[in-house]
Design a protein around this ligand. Sequence first.
Ligand code: FNR
Length: 187
Amino acid sequence: SDAHVLVLVGSLRAESVNKRIAETAVIVAPAGAEVVVYDGLGDVPFYNEDIDVEGSVPEGALALRAAAEKATALLLVTPEYNGTIPAVLKNAIDWLSRPYGAGAMVGKPVVVISASPSGNGAKWAHEDTSKAVRIAGGTVLEDVRLSIGGTVDKFGSAHPRENAEVFGEIGHVVAELVKAADELVSA
Ligand code: FNR
């Protein structure tokens, strides 16, 4: 595989469980595939059409777009804030959705993973993220969704990579995403 997967995390928190799940996705990358966690989401200003014009796009948004354009697939890993997608991730999707019809996600396979300490595993955030990605032109792999609930009970202070079941689930998701990216390239 020569897939290049860009991972966007919906939490900026240093000890974020979603960030740790993203780190696990990097470890399980199949041979040849490159999985990279984007660490500049906190530097992306709020989307504003007035600044989304040639010469005025802020550095943080340009960097995000460049990283996404280079990617052949995207993995979004997110918590749920007040029953929906955290603003930081929605803002990233909004930047990547423009220029309209020609954003960096158009036609690329995308998978969403959500995680939260609650039982439902941030399912609403998962659904809303998938919806926004679809509207932004990404191809959400509906069959490989993953929501991880009860993260505090499941992991405690341990890293999710140390949980065999979750490690396997993340491995499956990344393998399917890489497969979709490779199929697209060879098609
Ligand atoms: C939350 N949390 C939360 N959890 C949930 O399952 N549903 C929700 O609607 C919310 N709402 C919410 C709002 C805000 C503003 C915060 C800060 C938190 C709890 C959330 O799941 C928990 O803090 C996670 O650990 C956040 O994910 P990270 O940062 O560990 O990746």
